[in-house]
Design a protein around this ligand. Structure first.
Ligand code: PMP
Ligand code: GLN
Length: 382
């Protein structure tokens, strides 16, 4: 492995999932759902295969899906993107992130990311030869918010872009309007591009609403907005994502994407287009069910003796095992599958500065209620 990738080793998800299998543990480590998405979407993919949509689709994605993605953003956020020049279909949000970074970051230029960050961010910045600068979230009551003074300091004449993930993995935090407004103001002031990762955009709880950074003043023309079908429609294995933004920025991502995967896979694209147009009621129900699962798991963790952070959206809740006598989350997660048959991931896998996060553990609640109930039973044995 080349030196710039050596620090990243094997992803934490692979390591913890292997331990989960070895010990037949309930896997609350890797965030994926264990039930399928809407049946009309599954049928649409099967139909697409039967009808012969099995060769290379267009590199930028099939028109049906680009139009559906455009309609979707206009309807939900009033964001108006041209489906032919301002939307690119990618192999999951992961490729949208990689394409945006590789297409826009010159070697040696800086990329700001909020810490903890989704693990692919640091690795793709390294692939591009960029330098990452992290801005931490800080605990605020039982939730988290941005460290604003660190945010302002992170912008330099060398900043190429900032990566913003809300709702946030791993904390389950939705960045406040004030935090987003501050990011927007700094991007405008320093003429910096924002890449926003909004894969959990439809999975907000307790009446919270998604406010895309691209809707803030001055941001439409400097934001690449990324999302994916994976979390919205329970199809993480389909790897259908997209990036939207002004034509010149989307072209930069496209120039990288065409040599990463060339095109995305064909038969899933019409199925996702169908789901975006017809299955948002399903998503609404699924999101409400997810909030219930969040409650079940958060309560189980509390009952087991953990300190539990507030999860406002997405798939994850973070917990503090120090009240149980453990202060190293990575050690704790390596021991947990064998000890009680539950797998989780340490938040320290998502940070540069481990110290404030050393103890913290992330649990996924995107699982069937009976699976969460079984995990709850096992957690009582801690
Ligand atoms: N960003 C975040 C914040 C994620 O949690 C994930 C994993 N689901 C991704 C990106 C990757 O998304 P995809 O599976 O669509 O590549
Ligand atoms: N996004 C999911 C998570 O954070 C899955 C990640 C992965 O498998 N790479 O758990």
């Amino acid at each position: 492995t080349v030196s710039r990738l050596r620090p990243f080793g094997t992803t934490i998800f692979a390591e913890m999932s292997a331990l989960a299998i070895e010990h037949s543990a309930v896997n609350l480590g890797q965030g994926f759902p264990d039930t399928d998405g809407p049946s009309s979407m599954l049928e649409a993919a099967q139909r697409a295969i039967a009808e012969g949509h099995n060769q290379y689709p267009p590199g930028i994605g099939i028109p049906e899906l680009r139009h559906a993605v455009a309609r979707h953003q206009l309807h939900h956020y009033g964001l108006d993107y041209d489906p032919d020049s301002e939307i690119l279909i990618t192999v999951g949000a992961t490729e949208a992130i990689a394409g945006s970074v590789v297409g826009l970051v010159e070697p040696g230029h800086e990329v700001i990311m909020v810490e903890p960050y989704y693990d692919s961010y640091a690795a793709t910045v390294a692939m591009a030869g960029g330098v990452r600068r992290t801005v931490p979230l800080i605990a605020d009551g039982d939730g988290f918010r941005l460290d604003r003074s660190r945010l302002a300091e992170a912008f330099t004449p060398n900043t190429a872009l900032i990566m913003v993930n809300t709702p946030h993995n791993p904390t389950g935090t939705v960045l406040s309007d004030d935090d987003l407004a501050e990011i927007a103001a700094l991007c405008v002031e320093h003429d910096v591009i924002a890449v926003t990762d909004e894969v959990y955009e439809h999975l907000l709880f307790d009446g919270r609403v998604q406010r895309p950074l691209a809707t803030f003043p001055g941001m439409r023309q400097r934001t690449l907005r990324i999302s994916s079908a994976a979390k919205t429609f329970n199809c993480t294995g389909w790897k259908v994502g997209w990036v939207s933004g002004p034509a010149d920025l989307v072209a930069a991502a496209r120039s990288a994407k065409q040599f990463m995967s060339y095109v995305g896979s064909g038969p899933f694209q019409p199925a996702v287009a169908h789901a975006l147009d017809n299955e948002m009621a399903w998503v609404h129900t699924s999101s409400a069910e997810l909030a219930t699962k969040r409650d079940l798991l958060s309560t189980a963790l509390q009952d087991a003796g953990f300190g539990v952070h507030r999860s406002e959206a997405g798939y994850f809740v973070c917990a503090d095992p120090r009240p149980l006598g453990y202060d190293d989350g990575a050690e704790f997660c390596r021991m947990l599958p064998e000890r009680i048959g539950v797998a989780a991931v340490p938040v320290s896998a998502f940070v540069d500065d481990v110290e404030p996060w050393r103890h913290m553990i992330r649990f996924a609640f995107s699982k069937r209620e009976d699976v969460i109930a079984e995990a709850a039973r096992r957690l009582r044995h801690l």
